[in-house]
Design a protein around this ligand. Structure first.
Ligand SMILES: NC(=O)c1ccc[n+]([C@@H]2O[C@H](COP(=O)([O-])OP(=O)(O)OC[C@H]3O[C@@H](n4cnc5c(N)ncnc54)[C@H](OP(=O)(O)O)[C@@H]3O)[C@@H](O)[C@H]2O)c1
Length: 356
């Protein structure tokens, strides 16, 4: 029987996303085991850093013997002893007939080595080069932050909300609807830290934590992000603000040598963003979301440090959206529109990729 690779890999990607909060700095990975008749007999994903890999969980959850079945994995199986034994050995041990994987793992400890070993055991391997480029692109997109962070760099997402006129500062303050807010909490949950500026702290007194349950966000668990406020004023007392409540404890980032890294829009003193990001990276914090007002957001955008800009636009102009040929709530990736799963009442959500 000819198996529909796209269908099973799509399922792997959906499963992988359930590990979006907590797997970092590991990748998100999903695995599906399919019998010779096309029935899914096991599913798993990588739930938490240091925990079992997707393949192990899929085998553990299998409802029947996996011998001679096909294992689909969204990312090339690991071949090294890390916190868990190599998944390639597991695939060989359980006598799978075929391995199908969507993304290469550029990690030098993994890349290609396990595949050669699997092939030497007469297990068929179908890799990204043999698959539909769209599903491969989707799998690579899922772990875009992981791939960048592997090169000892940070990943930075800036999120802003604008009204129909493109303004960030509005009355009333709340711009987006509840669907967008839920989306934002999901993005917070999938980053290690959320950064804001003193302007937003003082004006909005935000909490910047995740206040939806794991179940509501479709996640296996929620790891609350670190929360940090950037200011040149060390006298600000975080204890006066809501951000001081809850764990992990929020932190003020100040720099006595504050200067220079200012965007033209920033009238106050500005901290050197490159230095801050590099110091956070040394602390192991490398996947960062910026949720700030126009000053800090534009400083970040001017700095060239930003990988992705996510814009939520509250628009009632449905006619314009139709004329532009857009489905509601599309996501823009590399200039290509990917329709969202949204309904009529949603805000417009645009996602701009800013770095390679
Ligand atoms: N629509 C949205 O997406 C959104 C999101 C958040 C907030 N807001 C709104 O934005 C308004 C506040 O705007 P804002 O621009 O003043 O707030 P902000 O961008 O959150 O904070 C700006 C402040 O951060 C500090 N800072 C430190 N390093 C900086 C750097 N390199 N570049 C720029 N700033 C740096 C400076 O204050 P120091 O003098 O303390 O160093 C600066 O004045 C509020 O009305 C809030 O409601 C809108």
């Amino acid at each position: 029987m000819q198996l529909d690779h796209n269908k099973y890999l799509k399922r792997c990607l959906d499963l992988a996303l359930r590990g979006a909060s907590g797997t970092h700095p590991n990748p998100m990975v999903g695995a599906v085991i399919v019998s010779e008749t096309g029935e899914i007999i096991g599913e798993g994903f990588h739930e938490v850093y240091g925990g079992a890999h997707a393949e192990v969980n899929a085998v553990k959850n299998a409802k029947s013997d996996v011998k001679n079945s096909t294992i689909y994995v969204s990312l090339e199986p690991c071949a090294h002893h890390g916190k868990t034994p190599p998944c390639t050995d597991l695939i060989i041990k359980h006598k799978f007939k075929r391995l199908v994987y969507a993304s290469h793992d550029p990690n030098s400890l993994v890349s290609g080595k396990g595949i050669a070993k699997i092939l030497s055991h007469r297990i068929e391997v179908i890799g990204p080069e043999d698959l539909d480029p769209e599903i491969v692109a989707e799998a690579n997109y899922l772990n875009r932050a992981f791939f960048k962070i592997l090169n000892r760099e940070s990943w930075i997402t800036v999120k802003i909300a604008i009204n129909e006129n493109g303004e960030m500062i509005t009355v009333p303050k709340q711009i987006t609807n509840s669907n967008s807010q839920k989306d934002v909490h999901l993005i917070r949950a999938s980053h290690q830290a959320v950064l804001t500026g003193s302007g937003t702290l003082i004006e909005d007194d935000p909490q910047l934590n995740v206040r939806f349950s794991a179940e509501e966000l479709g996640l296996a668990q929620i790891k609350q992000p670190y929360r940090m406020v950037l200011t040149s004023n060390p006298k600000i007392n975080l204890g006066d603000f809501k951000i001081s409540q809850g764990e992990p404890r929020a932190r003020l980032i100040t720099n006595p040598h504050n200067t220079l890294d200012l965007s033209p829009n920033c009238q106050g003193q500005g901290l050197k963003l490159k230095a801050i990001i590099s110091e956070l990276r040394q602390e192991g914090i490398s996947k960062i979301m910026v949720e700030a007002g126009p000053r800090l957001s534009s400083s970040f955008l001017d700095s060239g440090l930003v990988d992705e800009l996510i814009v939520y636009q509250n628009t009632n102009n449905r006619e314009l959206i139709k004329k532009m040929g857009l489905k509601l709530s599309p996501i823009l990736i590399d200039g290509k529109l990917i329709p969202g799963k949204a309904n009529e009442r949603d805000d417009l959500r645009l996602c701009y990729k800013l770095t390679n």
